[in-house]
Design a protein around this ligand. Structure first.
Ligand code: PLP
Length: 387
């Protein structure tokens, strides 16, 4: 009888270790694992490879259209994996980071890379909200850098990079590119198809999409880097657990559908807020007023502009703005929870100043992660909170 097991599902293998039959069995399986750690015939230990985690990784590779995708315990663990597999202690090299990136990545650079590992980096700043490609080329040409790291759409001020041109420049000077594509997502753009070396996502955000999993993924097309990624995960140990991986596999089935709705809702909300008298500034790449609107249109090929939106509540001065934001948060917190994450099905928000004082131009900037609720509900919540 043919098996009637549903191939689109995978059991949750909670096993920490897998069982062997004999001494020769152990020897053979360990030897095979050394040659082919990615697709072993038999499993050994879940920190090496777990079938349920592997099932989710295959789904992620399908979404990313990558040759491989390796899951880790968090987005930060994937960032660490990407940088670690491209750096060697015997060949010290500087890393060039774009300034507009997630604050946690900046802390990682300072604490882990510089302070703990002695790896140096430089930061490249935009001019008038756009990265100057001539200035970038001059830096890359210097031969000082081995890795270029940036976000396609930046957290929290949504600056869109001229990513395809940047990848081309990096290639010209043999600099490897790592792209954090958490905000844009692979729904809007797939960096590997445009020549990026590695792409990472905080799976905690849109890929899992329900705010119930902490995970990260690193994807690439180069087999040598895959072997390094597996080796690194095995020994650094930041693995994802199989229960979360099983839930992630289910959540990935609605990824495209969710992203479609996220993107549509964000555009409609941005159009509404753009004309609101209490909003002094709105930052959303889908608005013509955004400095990289045309760039985003090309990069995302009219599929949308993401679902993150940042706005400033109006006020005469900073004290006035602070008061306005306190009132706004108090009125909105029950309908739009204040949560320091993003990419959930529900609309959530974060007052930027409270978390990154030095990065916020004024105290009344709010980062909104637009959910997939009916758009009328989201607009109503904001209308009430801003009234
Ligand atoms: N990259 C971006 C753009 C993020 O916003 C975050 C977290 O907020 C991360 C990476 C880190 O991901 P995680 O929190 O899953 O470690």
């Amino acid at each position: 009888m043919d098996s009637n097991i549903n191939q689109s599902k995978m059991p949750v293998y909670r096993d920490a270790g897998f069982s062997f039959n004999s001494l020769s069995d152990i020897e053979q399986i360990f030897a095979e694992e050394k040659n082919n750690p990615w697709q072993p015939k038999s499993f050994i230990y879940s920190r090496y490879r777990n079938p349920t985690v592997g099932f989710a990784e295959a789904k992620l590779a399908e979404i990313e259209q990558s040759q491989w995708s390796v899951l880790s315990a968090s987005g930060m663990a994937s960032i660490d994996m990407a940088i670690s597999i491209l750096t060697e202690a015997q060949m010290p090299s500087r890393i060039l980071f774009f300034s507009e990136i997630y604050g946690g990545t900046i802390s990682y650079m300072n604490y882990v890379l510089k302070r703990k590992r002695g790896i140096d980096f430089d930061i490249f700043y935009p001019e008038k909200e756009v990265y100057n490609l001539h200035a970038l080329e001059n830096l890359l040409k210097s031969g000082d850098y081995k890795i270029l790291y940036f976000e396609a759409v930046s957290n929290p001020f949504l600056l869109v990079s001229d990513a395809i041109a940047i990848i081309k420049l990096a290639k010209k000077y043999q600099v490897k590119t790592i792209i954090d594509n958490t905000f844009a997502t692979s729904f809007l753009w797939k960096p590997l198809a445009d020549g990026a070396d590695l792409v990472i996502h905080s799976v905690t955000k849109y890929l899992s999409g329900h705010g119930s999993i902490t995970a990260g993924v690193l994807s690439g097309n180069n087999q040598e880097l895959l072997h390094q990624a597996i080796e690194y995960r095995k020994w650094a140990g930041a693995v994802m657990n199989p229960d979360d991986a099983a839930r992630l596999s289910e959540q990935l089935e609605t990824f495209e559908l969710r992203m479609l709705q996220h993107n549509l809702n964000a555009q409609k909300l941005a159009n509404y807020l753009e004309n609101h008298s209490k909003i002094s500034k709105i930052i959303f790449p889908g608005l013509a007023s955004h400095p990289s609107h045309e760039l985003a249109k090309n990069l995302f090929q009219n599929k949308g502009f993401g679902a993150m939106l940042t706005f400033e509540i109006d006020g005469k001065n900073n004290d006035d703005k602070k008061l306005a934001v306190i009132k706004y948060l108090d009125k909105s917190k029950n309908s739009i929870p204040i949560i320091p994450t993003l990419g959930e099905t529900h609309t959530i928000q974060l007052p930027i100043y409270a978390v990154w004082k030095d990065r916020s131009p004024s105290p009344s900037y709010i980062r909104l992660s637009v959910g997939i609720e009916p758009i009328e509900h989201i607009i109503d919540h904001l209308k009430n909170a801003l009234s």
